[in-house]
Design a protein around this ligand. Structure first.
Ligand code: FMN
Length: 436
């Protein structure tokens, strides 16, 4: 099936009962350590929707987008990262939840995301120093020292967190999780990957503290464990709490695989319900280029070598995220036991009912991500990270307005969309999500 055919088929009705669901392991329910059951193995990974309204409030557009995804058949829908502090955003258009002021809209969002027996989990995050200067001149971090490399100038020098501020942020994670549960979200995912604040604490490069939050791995992981324990206490033992963690940062001297496995085991002992495996930092993003399907074919499913290493070491379910484009790869990964859930992001911004197509219709094609380009080489080069992210945000925005994704949209329109919606701030490099 070619790309355009996938595009025009989106939202077409699917003939009911075409095939039995027992035929694929992707359709099998999974019971999490907390006792909660999810209906199948599709784990829609977090994608910042960039749809927040004034003051970082959720909107009617979130409701429509998640209703579409819930209708599409995934077992779990993880929201885009929701910030615990509206003065500390990771990118323009983030939702922030600090208190109950938006409870009604959060309720509507959660209700839409849990239709058709789907789970809807809120991803909770603090960006630390990865908060662009255009929206935050005063970022916070475990230690001073800005973002390295060519993008460094887009981030202000962070202030080192005091103990009091660390305690405040831990309390904020717990508060956001408690409100998520009250609003009807059926789980939460703590974002500890992709170079954000918790990842900064874990990284020996970014964390040069001399107190109990720095130095040894045990100390660097303390912030994550404190956040996890506070969130668990806020939501109770029977509510899913997942953690998105880097397999490794992909930077010499950064948080590495041995360390990641150690952290995973400790999280398992603390009662985590699922570990969403990702990776990378600013220096080496997962969405490396705008290469689309050609890049996908070269890379295959991300982090499989790491997942093979972890297999047998953990009993907690894993969601391997990145690079899943077809049922054959998904089934192989489940059969091999290297993952228990299929973490999938970009394809669901193009084919929101991909889970139903694969489980109910046994569609055996491959979702071909297009190469996103403005057609102007220097522009492509200057905005490569933003280009791809903005293009997918534009597709989510279309679904949120009741339109179909449109694969013909070019990179220039995506950049203009980002500019129109978020102003010049959108042209600072957003975090490069899901890095390897
Ligand atoms: C537009 C966009 C926004 C993203 N936002 C987030 C996010 O908020 N939190 C997160 O953990 N990952 C985020 N990611 C990364 C994805 O969750 C995922 O790790 C990455 O896209 C690789 O998976 P895929 O190959 O299935 O797309 C984002 C990716 C895209 C394309």
């Amino acid at each position: 099936m070619d790309v355009w055919k996938v595009g025009i088929m989106i939202n077409d009705t699917i003939a009911a009962g075409a095939k039995t669901t027992a035929m694929t392991p992707i359709a099998e329910p999974l019971t999490l350590p907390c006792g909660v059951r999810v209906k199948n193995r599709f784990y829609k990974s977090a994608m910042n929707e960039a749809l927040a309204g004034r003051d970082c409030a959720p909107t009617e557009e979130h409701v429509r987008l998640y209703r579409t995804w819930a209708r599409g058949g995934a077992g779990v829908l993880v929201t885009g990262n929701v910030m615990v502090d509206r003065t500390q955003l990771g990118e323009p258009g983030n939702v922030a939840v600090e208190d109950e002021r938006d409870l009604n809209m959060l309720r509507r969002w959660a209700a839409a995301g849990t239709e058709h027996g789907a789970h809807c989990w809120m991803q909770i995050n603090h960006p630390g120093r990865q908060s662009p200067i255009t929206i935050n001149p005063h970022p916070l971090a475990p230690s001073t020292g800005g973002v390295d490399g060519e993008y460094g100038r887009f981030f202000a020098e962070p202030t080192e967190l005091t103990h009091e501020r660390i305690r405040d942020i831990i309390r904020r994670f717990a508060a956001t999780a408690r409100i998520a549960k009250k609003a009807g979200f059926t789980g939460v995912e703590i974002h500890a990957a992709h170079g954000y604040l918790i990842n900064q604490f874990l990284s020996p490069l970014d964390n040069r503290r001399a107190d109990e939050y720095g130095g040894s791995l045990e100390n660097r992981a303390r912030f994550l464990f404190d956040v996890f324990d506070a969130v668990r206490e806020a939501v109770g033992s029977d509510f899913p709490v997942a953690v998105k963690l880097n397999a490794q940062d992909g930077v010499p001297g950064g948080f590495g695989e041995e360390e990641s496995i150690w952290v995973m085991k400790r999280l398992e002992a603390r009662g985590v319900d699922l570990i969403d495996v990702s990776g990378g930092t600013y220096a080496k993003p997962v969405i490396r280029t705008n290469g689309g399907a050609a890049e996908d074919r070269r890379r295959g499913v991300y982090f499989t070598d790491f997942a093979r290493r972890v297999k047998g070491e953990l009993t907690v379910p894993v969601a391997l995220t990145g690079g899943f484009r077809n049922a054959a790869d998904m089934e192989r990964a489940l059969d091999e036991g290297i993952t228990q859930m299929i973490g999938i992001a970009r394809p669901l911004a193009l084919v929101p009912d991909l889970p139903n197509r694969i489980i109910r219709d046994r569609w055996d094609g491959s979702v071909e991500l297009p190469r996103v380009t403005t057609g102007i080489k220097p522009l492509d080069k200057a905005f490569v990270g933003i280009l791809v992210i903005s293009w997918f945000e534009l597709q989510m925005n279309r679904i949120a307005r009741g339109e179909r994704p449109d694969l013909r949209i070019g990179g220039l329109r995506a950049l203009m969309f980002a500019m129109r919606r978020h102003g010049p701030a959108s042209l600072a490099p957003r975090r490069r999500k899901g890095r390897q």
